[in-house]
Design a binder for this molecule. Structure first.
Ligand code: KG4
Ligand code: ZN
Length: 336
């Protein structure tokens, strides 16, 4: 079965072709980062318009890379939410129109489920069940994943998501958008012990998170005195330590709670090298193993949507071919 995946929930347009026998045959992503940079964040209307411009060229590229054609598609999966309404509508209407033209089923997919299952696309995929740490720009969640569609929420952020905290802190330090990767790079030249930042909810005896206080603590440090470039690097270092400390500790607690030894990390912050090192170190100590998606599949992409759609179809999901579609900008994964 060949499934085309279409992602347009935020500021990346992604198209990919996944074959249940041949694996990932092609995938292409266009990032809008350069376009939004001037505004310091994503401008929804510009995002929607750019998705429209990119869809067909990306589709052509993927089909060429895969040596495939529209005639060989068996189904189309698109991100139906959560995300920006206008941006989601571009992918949804594109996928639906293509599905109608070809007379093949079209399946709405939950963006976070796509992230959650993306490590299964890697060369050494984990077996079910596992604990998943989902860390993106909009979500920070720990989940017990027993199988496709079988997800139990163990804990989540009560305020800012980890990626959001990275982005907001980066802004406070005068770094561009998106701030996460820029802050991580700056932190590499930072020195330990120069600033003291809290580890929010580290000892809360549950699996929830809170990151907004950390951002405020950085703001206080920034306001206290003018920061030199090396101060900023030290502060970035400490911020990254604080976030990764909490993420690693809670992930290990989640494994213990579930009596599992496989941890899967997904979402954009999963690309963070320091987080990966800390998780690997701590997991190794307790005999657990950590699985990551390929680096290029950490951030938003069409491959995870194609793959997720294929898994859903294999599990018996019924996809529509009646031309109806809907998007859900807010969509809790538990309702999926
Ligand atoms: O999963 P994703 O591409 O989009 C959402 O679904 O939100 O995640 C984007 C988030 C952004 O907040 C970005 O700053 C963060 O992931 N991010 C990182 C790194 N790479 C991306 N945060 C920290 N370190 C990184 N290396
Ligand atoms: Zn995402």
């Amino acid at each position: 079965m060949r499934v085309l995946g279409v992602e347009s929930s935020c500021d990346e347009t992604g198209v990919a072709l996944y074959d249940t026998e041949g694996g990932l045959l092609g995938h292409a992503v266009h990032s809008q980062v350069d376009m939004h940079e001037a505004y310091g964040g994503v401008v929804p209307e510009l995002a929607s318009r750019d998705h429209i411009r990119r869809m067909v060229p990306l589709l052509r590229r993927v089909l060429a890379e895969a040596g495939s054609s529209l005639e060989e598609l068996d189904a189309i999966a698109y991100t139906a939410g959560p995300g920006l309404a206008g941006a989601l509508l571009v992918g949804a209407s594109f996928a639906t129109a293509l599905g109608m033209a070809r007379g093949i089923p079209v399946l709405p997919v939950h963006h976070l489920e796509g992230h959650l299952l993306s490590p299964l696309l890697s060369r050494n995929p984990p077996q079910f069940p596992f604990v998943a740490l989902l860390v993106s720009g909009g979500h920070t969640q720990l989940m017990r994943v027993s199988g496709v569609g079988d997800y139990e929420l163990l804990g989540e952020s009560l305020d800012d998501a980890a990626g959001e905290a990275f982005d907001k802190t980066a802004k406070l330090l005068g770094l561009g958008y998106p701030g996460g990767p820029a802050l991580a790079t700056l932190a590499e030249s930072g020195r330990p012990g120069r600033f003291k930042l809290p580890r929010p909810m580290l000892h809360s005896h549950d699996l929830d998170f809170s990151f907004s206080g950390l951002k405020t603590a950085v703001l206080t440090a920034v306001r206290e005195r003018p920061l030199t470039e090396s101060d900023k690097a030290d502060l970035a270092f400490e911020f990254q330590e604080a976030v990764t400390d909490v993420l690693a500790a809670k992930s290990l607690s989640a494994l213990a709670t579930c009596r599992l030894d496989r941890l899967v990390v997904a979402g954009g912050v999963g690309a963070n090298r320091r987080l990966r090192n800390r998780l690997d170190e701590r997991a190794a100590k307790s005999g657990a193993r950590v699985f990551y998606p390929e680096l290029e599949l950490c951030t938003d992409n069409g491959a995870m949507i194609a793959f997720c759609g294929a898994q859903r179809l294999l599990a018996g999901a019924v996809a529509g071919s009646d031309g109806k579609f809907a998007v859900r900008p807010r969509w809790p994964l538990a309702e999926c």
